[in-house]
Design a protein around this ligand. Structure first.
Ligand code: KIV
Ligand code: ZN
Length: 516
């Protein structure tokens, strides 16, 4: 009988801390619903004390999700714990995750607290959190660089105070697998009440070892892994959920644990997170990269054709890869459209939303002969973007002209809070001219940080998906757009990012705060 390995997803909290990956409340709820379909055990939905926006997002996720525990992060201070307690209230099952640093460098240089003060504060924070929920997780931040004796002292004290999960983070991604595994073994052996809590690993990928370190922890007694979809996270990212889950699932001969993850939903989760954040997945990324299951060499192809397992250790379909299927065309009706979307796990809240998506589908079918699942997904994302952002700016018309030897030119009309404005601009290319024309109307004061285009399917009539990342006063937001015309897709993405600026609010960053 295998032990259950708890999968704790922190895409919406630690993942979102990655510069440029900030998400709106609606986007977080969409991702949370996908994580629920994936059967993630715990969703860390955010850091409620960071901002009103974060609080609202955690609360919205707690209200929308039924089958996963919803967790809110809190520093070891009263207001953080109270805000987290309040935000997780609507959840069927809610957890507070409180933390304080325990490494000498963090205690001396960041917290300016003595070890005794840290133990006292940790115990106080856990007891305080227990007033809101019985499910309390404690993290000794920078555990990977903490003194073992001191770490054991803190862990024993917080378990006694009521912590039910002990999460030991390698906050700066400094550990190597043997050492990190030994840390779990030592702490669990030396702490007398360690059997009263679940031990958890939380790794950062600065040396490319986050997954290896997490698995070493599992081999040494950890029964929860904290991870993010696509390994999203600041600097080099966090432990990639899909890699840990598939390592454990594929190597059942080696690991004495298994997860409850519904792996065919992995690719959908990866695509959704990549689409919303604008962080593209590299082609050779394990499990979810475009080439992860592509055999190029003749010897490999020959082997796979003769007997699949000669070169394949996993089945592509087990993580959600399916061969492109032409599902619908110009003559498909509303029912066929709705049925296919349901098969893809896409549901609409109202009939009006379905009608809107169907109209978009018909327009697309006029321009594009063959409609694939990926097209449908992009089309629905585009509709969601426009609907959910409560747009104050909308693209009404766009005309571009380009001729060899002449400066490209764009004429564009925007609807801004009910009033139409038209502008003309020249640029280095048609996209540049379009963005300049938008700025002539909006004067947003933002700086373009990233512009990327990818095609949803193969072929020159493919939908182009564009991401635009804008920065203003330290805030960074992404916009997305898709269209068979790349310039229109680019304009939509730029406008989507501008619309998000009017909704976003400033937020604090838990690990960058100077005091606890
Ligand atoms: O990396 C870290 O230490 C964290 C803690 C807040 C758990 O993210
Ligand atoms: Zn972290």
């Amino acid at each position: 009988m295998k032990d259950h390995l708890i999968i704790f997803d922190t895409t919406l909290r630690d993942g979102e801390q990655s510069p440029g990956a900030s998400m709106t409340k609606e986007e977080k709820v969409r991702i949370a619903k996908q994580l629920e379909k994936l059967r993630v055990d715990v969703i860390e939905a955010g850091f409620p004390a960071a901002s009103q926006g974060d609080f609202d997002s955690v609360k919205a996720v707690a209200s929308a999700i039924k089958d996963s525990t919803i967790c809110g992060l809190a520093r070891a201070v009263e207001n953080d714990i109270a805000r987290a307690g309040e935000a997780i209230k609507p959840a069927n099952s809610g957890r507070i995750h409180t933390f304080i640093a325990t490494s000498p460098i963090h205690m001396q240089m960041k917290l300016r607290m003595s070890p005794d003060e840290v133990v006292e504060r940790a115990v106080w924070a856990v007891k305080q959190a227990r007033r809101y929920t019985d499910d309390v997780e404690f993290s000794p931040e920078d555990a990977g660089r903490s003194d073992l004796d001191f770490l054991c002292r803190v862990v024993e004290a917080v378990i006694k105070a009521g912590a039910t999960t002990i999460n030991m983070p390698d906050t700066v991604g400094y550990n190597v697998p043997e050492q990190f595994g030994a840390l779990f073994k030592n702490v669990m052996e030396r702490v007398p009440n360690s059997d009263k809590a679940v031990f958890s690993a939380h790794c950062h990928n600065d040396l490319g070892l986050a997954v290896a370190n997490s698995l070493a922890a599992v081999s040494n007694g950890a029964r929860q892994v904290e991870c993010t979809i696509n390994g999203l996270g600041e600097r080099a990212g966090n432990t990639a959920l899909e890699e840990v889950v598939m390592a454990v699932r594929t190597r059942q001969d080696h690991f004495s644990v298994d997860t409850r993850i519904h792996t065919p939903e992995i690719l959908n989760a990866s695509r959704l997170v990549s689409n919303i954040t604008g962080f593209n997945v590299q082609p050779n990324k394990a499990i979810v990269g475009a080439n992860a299951f592509a055999h190029e060499s003749g010897i490999h192809q020959d082997g796979v054709l003769k007997h699949r397992e000669t070169y394949e250790i996993m089945r592509a379909e087990d993580v959600g890869w399916v061969t492109n299927k032409m599902v619908l065309g110009k003559h498909s009706g509303r029912n066929a459209f709705r049925t296919r979307l349901l098969e893809l796990g896409i549901e609409f809240e109202t009939e009006e939303q379905l009608n809107d998506a169907f109209l978009r589908f018909k327009e697309l079918a006029d321009r594009k002969h063959e409609i694939y699942d990926e097209d449908l997904q992009a089309l629905v994302t585009d509709a969601n973007n426009e609907r959910l952002e409560n747009e104050s700016i909308r693209l009404m018309a766009l005309r571009v002209s380009t001729e060899m030897g002449e400066a490209p030119h764009a004429t564009l009309t925007l609807w801004v809070n009910g009033v139409e404005h038209t502008a003309n601009a020249k640029g280095g290319g048609v996209v540049d001219a379009t963005f300049k024309a938008i700025e002539q109307i909006i004067h947003s004061g933002t700086t373009l940080e990233l512009y990327s285009v990818s095609n949803v399917t193969n072929g020159t009539d493919s939908l182009g998906e564009t991401t635009v990342r804008l920065e203003k006063g330290g805030r960074i937001l992404n916009g997305q757009g898709s269209d068979t015309d790349i310039v229109t897709a680019s304009a939509k993405a730029y406008i989507n990012a501008l619309n998000k600026f009017s909704m976003d609010d400033n937020k604090a960053h838990p690990q960058r705060e100077e005091t606890i």
